[in-house]
Design a protein around this ligand. Structure first.
Ligand code: SAM
Length: 273
């Protein structure tokens, strides 16, 4: 996979030399290139922003500078190669999830456009969509950062670790939080078996694989119900077994058609069922 990142702070992306993503780069699994947006400016001061039409606080990034940068970096599509998928981090985008990471990990070329100030002139996205590019405006959460660089780091790490060969043991990706099961991961423990007066749950020392698997699944259900009821509400009943449904009923969730809903007052019958 090739990823081009455009930013006015290329040094911000230095963290991508570290850890698994850095290793993936060195192993040639990920061709990651970081570019200074100012390389596409046309004036002596290398200006990338200007005042907003309509007035108001802050500055807006100029469409002409961004247009030249994205035209240059997405050009691969024109020689018959796959057109780049342009990612624009923005707090007003769709919230980036593991599903986005999985989809983006199948792309051959991503170009990430890191905004600053009040963001990028809206015509840049409009123009590249009209030119036939896929453009995804993605938010990493409901808060506002100063620039898109941290969001780019988040997305590149989430996507990069899904590329074949990047994570040493691909099995470790299977049961993770936000995986195909739609649950949070169960709690994990290592040596020593007793620490600070706390014991590792006995079942994990039992060597009984079926019991361990069931315990982990129950813990994942309980943790998800406690922390992310929205994820329980999104589970498909058909993907749950009888024991799962018992555990969830104990946590106050009842079957309602092909989904689950929280038991309310007046629904003890449904919980019992
Ligand atoms: N005026 C914009 C708004 O209210 O939607 C916020 C601009 S923000 C100060 C500057 C840049 O930071 C954005 O263009 C975007 O690149 C990045 N950014 C800020 N928060 C983000 C978030 N939650 N997710 C992704 N990118 C974000």
């Amino acid at each position: 996979m090739r990823i081009d990142v455009v930013t006015i702070f290329p040094d911000y992306l230095a963290a991508l030399d570290l850890s698994l993503v850095g290793k993936a780069r060195r192993a040639g699994l990920l061709d990651l290139r970081v570019h200074d947006l100012r390389a596409w400016t046309a004036d002596r001061h290398r200006t990338v922003d200007d005042t907003p039409f309509g007035g108001g606080a802050g500055m807006v990034m100029r469409p002409d500078v961004w247009g030249r940068a994205l035209d240059d970096l997405t050009r691969a599509g024109e020689d018959g190669g796959p057109a780049a998928h342009i990612i624009v981090p923005t707090p007003s985008g769709e919230v980036f999830t593991q599903r986005h990471a999985e989809t983006l990990a199948t792309e051959e070329h991503l170009v990430v456009a890191c905004g600053r100030y009040e963001g990028i002139d809206a015509r840049v996205v409009e123009h590249h969509r009209a030119a036939g590019y896929r453009v995804s405006e993605l938010s990493i959460g409901d808060y506002v950062l100063n620039g898109g660089e941290v969001a780019a780091l988040v997305m590149i790490e989430a996507v990069g670790r899904l590329l074949p060969g990047v994570v040493g043991n691909p099995e470790s990706l299977v049961e993770e939080s936000h995986g195909a099961a739609g649950l949070l991961e169960y709690p994990v423990y290592t040596k020593p078996p007793a620490w600070a007066g706390l014991e590792v749950p006995e079942v994990l020392l039992s060597g009984h694989h079926a019991r361990i698997e069931r315990w982990r699944r129950d813990q994942a259900l309980a943790r998800t119900a406690a922390r992310r009821p929205d994820m329980v509400a999104a589970l498909e009943v058909a993907a749950l077994d009888r024991h799962d449904l018992d555990v969830l009923a104990g946590l106050g969730w009842v079957v309602d058609g092909d989904r689950l809903r929280r038991a309310e007052e007046g629904t003890p019958g449904a919980v019992a069922e």
